[in-house]
Write a protein that binds this ligand. Structure first.
Ligand code: MG
Length: 322
């Protein structure tokens, strides 16, 4: 089969910038692509790289798209190199577009992203009203003493049966990670607390895998790897080195969906699927993978709508000139 290939770069400003241990992020840039097969059937795809997280850069993705001919084949799509994981995802999902029935999960199966620091205390209520019951809060952004204080307020403010995920984005020292895990273990032992700390995400930097592995064996509180498993290659390496905790999978940058499926089926890993602040196009493909591959009933990390303006109109305008 051959497909007519077209692409458009895009830029989207966040309504509220995103602050993590990696810094401040204001503008999401990516590429929307369109494949039209010989019968006229259209498939949409999106390349939404995050180079500081381990994917290719936007420039590399644009270069790749730019050097492709206008007509491409299945072979081209399935042989995109591993160095371009966001491209693998974008092309393969456009290629699979609409192949399966898919229904949107309800808000309760999403995790809502809270702003870092004290702002979380004013934000969770709005998300709760929208139906979110699992929240993620970024830590390792401000001084640990401050964050522990806000954390204390937050867990007492949150309603019973709420789940809370703490995401350090690799920003803690070993000692700080121990303090967070110890604090969470203690909370768990306190029967009065009705909030569940689901896990701490990526407490230490990627280079300190052995440290994270050690921590995961020393505390009750679960740990999830995120930055450490940005791409399929890293995911397989961490599994091989003995990681049996939670894997956060960002379909947008992890690489080939078909190879991801194979890995998840073979090793039955405990996964949490998560957003890369993509548009509705990549999100649909990512949610489909999440619905297919999630185990253990974990909420999926796509509760980020409140970071963008309504997207229907600008997605259309992006293609109006075609
Ligand atoms: Mg994370």
């Amino acid at each position: 089969m051959t497909y007519r290939f077209q692409f458009r770069p895009y830029r989207r400003r966040f309504v509220r910038s995103l602050t993590t241990n990696h810094g401040i992020w204001d503008v999401r840039e990516g590429i929307i692509l369109r494949l039209t097969d010989e019968s006229g059937k259209v498939g949409w795809g999106e390349i939404a790289p995050i180079s500081w997280f381990g994917s290719e850069t936007l420039e590399q993705a644009l270069d790749f798209c730019g050097q492709l001919p206008e007509k491409i084949t299945d072979e081209i799509i399935l042989s995109i190199p591993d160095e371009l994981p966001a491209c693998q995802f974008g092309f393969e999902s456009a290629w699979e577009w609409g192949s399966e029935f898919f229904s949107m999960p309800n808000p309760q199966s999403f995790s809502g992203l809270l702003p870092s620091g004290e702002a979380a205390l004013n934000q969770w209520g709005t998300l709760w009203q929208r139906g979110y019951r699992t929240f993620k809060w970024k830590i390792g952004v401000y001084a640990i003493a401050n964050e522990l204080k806000i954390f204390e307020s937050l867990i007492h403010a949150l309603p019973a049966f709420t789940k809370l995920r703490l995401d350090a984005n690799g920003g803690l020292t070993y000692e700080e990670a121990k303090l967070w895990l110890w604090t969470c273990d203690n909370l768990k032992a306190n029967a009065e607390l009705a909030v569940e700390i689901e896990f701490i995400e990526q407490p230490l930097p990627v280079e300190q895998f052995q440290g994270i592995l050690e921590l995961s064996k020393s505390y009750e509180t679960a740990i999830a790897l995120d930055e450490s498993v940005a791409t399929l290659k890293q995911l397989a390496a961490c599994y091989q080195q003995g990681w049996r905790g939670i894997f956060v999978i960002k379909p947008g940058i992890v690489g080939s969906p078909s190879r991801l499926r194979k890995f998840c089926h073979q090793y039955k890993i405990d996964t949490v699927f998560s957003s890369v602040f993509e548009t509705a196009i990549a999100r649909l493909a990512a949610l489909q993978l999440a619905a297919e591959l999630s185990r253990n009933n974990r909420a999926i990390g796509f509760g980020i709508d409140h970071f963008f303006e309504q997207e229907d109109t600008w997605l259309q305008s992006l293609w109006n000139d075609l």
